[in-house]
Design a protein around this ligand. Structure first.
Ligand code: ATP
Length: 242
C-alpha cells in the first residue's frame, strides 16, 4: 500500500481554484518532486497534505487512513512534517532551541539533536546562536532539521533552495541527499528542474493547478519536462495525465 494517496484534490482561495482534481500516490522511501512555474499550485497542494490548507474537495490518506479533515498538529503526530517556504523559524531562539521545540516526546526514531547536527555540520558552530543571526542557508538547514526532529514518516519540503546562493544550495542538497539515501519518504517542491530530476525518483509537473506530466525521473526527457513546465505543449501520451 502507498504511504500517501491524494485523490481528486481541489483547493480554492475564494473563487480562485488553485489545485484542480490532483491525484497521485507515494510509496514508502520514495522521493517525489513537484515542479511547476510560479502559481502552479505546488505550495497549496503541499499545505493541503500537511493540514495547513483545507481542501474544497477530494481526499488525502496516510497508510490508507483518511486524514483529509485532521488538523495540522494531528498530522504531525501521525508523521507528516512540513518545511514551509520561508522557513518560519523562531528568530530569537537559538538553533538548539528551535530544534528541541520540535522534538517528538518519547520518540525513538533516527533523528535527534546529535544526528541532526551531524547531517548538517554547518550548524555545529552555530548551535547556541539565535536563528535570526544565521545565513539563509543555515536557517534552511535549521528548518529541515526541525522537521526531522519530529521523526517524520513523510517529509514535505517547499522550495528549500529559494533565495539561496547556488553554493549554499549545493551544501543544503548534500545533506538532503544523505537524508534521502537513508530511506526518507519526501515530497520536494523545487523550481530547479535539474536538481529535481537529479535527486528524485518520480517527478510531477503542475500547470495552473493540474498535473500535466508525471513520470520516473530517470526516464523523463528534459525537453518534455520543460514543455510541460511552461505549458508550451502537452505531452502526446504515456506518462501524461490532465
Ligand atoms: P510559487 O512557486 O509562486 O509559490 P506555487 O506553484 O506554489 O507557486 P501556490 O502558491 O500554491 O503556487 O498558488 C496557486 C494559486 O493560488 C496562485 O494563483 C496564487 O496566486 C493563489 N494563492 C496562493 N496563496 C493564496 C492566498 N493565500 N490567497 C489567495 N490566493 C492565493
Amino acid at each position: 500500500m502507498s504511504l500517501l494517496a491524494v485523490e481528486n484534490l481541489d483547493c480554492r482561495y475564494g473563487l480562485l481554484q488553485a489545485v484542480r482534481g490532483v491525484s497521485f500516490e507515494i510509496a514508502q522511501g520514495e522521493t517525489f518532486a513537484l515542479i511547476g512555474a510560479n502559481g502552479a499550485g505546488k505550495t497549496t497542494l503541499l499545505r493541503s497534505i500537511a493540514g495547513a490548507h483545507k481542501p474544497h474537495a477530494g481526499r488525502v490518506t496516510l497508510d490508507g487512513v483518511d486524514i483529509t479533515s485532521l488538523p495540522a498538529h494531528r498530522r504531525v503526530a501521525l508523521g507528516i512534517a512540513l518545511v514551509p517556504e520561508g522557513r518560519r523559524l523562531f528568530p530569537t531562539l537559538t538553533v538548539e532551541e528551535n530544534l528541541r521545540i520540535a522534538a517528538a516526546r518519547n520518540s525513538t526514531g533516527r533523528w535527534n539533536m546529535k544526528s541532526v547536527l551531524e547531517v548538517f555540520p554547518i550548524l555545529q558552530p552555530r548551535r547556541h546562536m539565535p536563528a535570526s543571526t544565521l545565513s539563509g542557508g543555515e536557517q534552511q538547514a535549521v528548518a529541515i532539521g526541525r522537521a526531522l526532529m519530529t521523526n517524520p514518516r513523510l517529509l514535505l519540503l517547499d522550495e528549500v533552495s529559494l533565495g539561496l546562493a547556488p553554493i549554499v544550495v549545493d551544501a543544503v542538497y548534500r545533506s538532503l541527499i544523505d537524508i534521502l539515501q537513508e530511506g526518507a519518504t519526501v515530497v520536494l517542491v523545487e523550481q530547479d528542474l535539474t536538481r529535481a530530476l537529479k535527486v528524485s525518483d518520480r517527478v510531477t509537473c503542475m500547470l495552473e493547478g493540474r498535473i500535466v506530466l508525471q513520470g520516473e525521473a530517470r526516464s523523463l526527457d528534459r525537453n518534455q519536462v520543460v514543455g510541460a513546465y511552461f505549458g508550451l505543449r502537452r505531452p502526446a501520451s504515456g506518462s501524461a495525465s490532465a
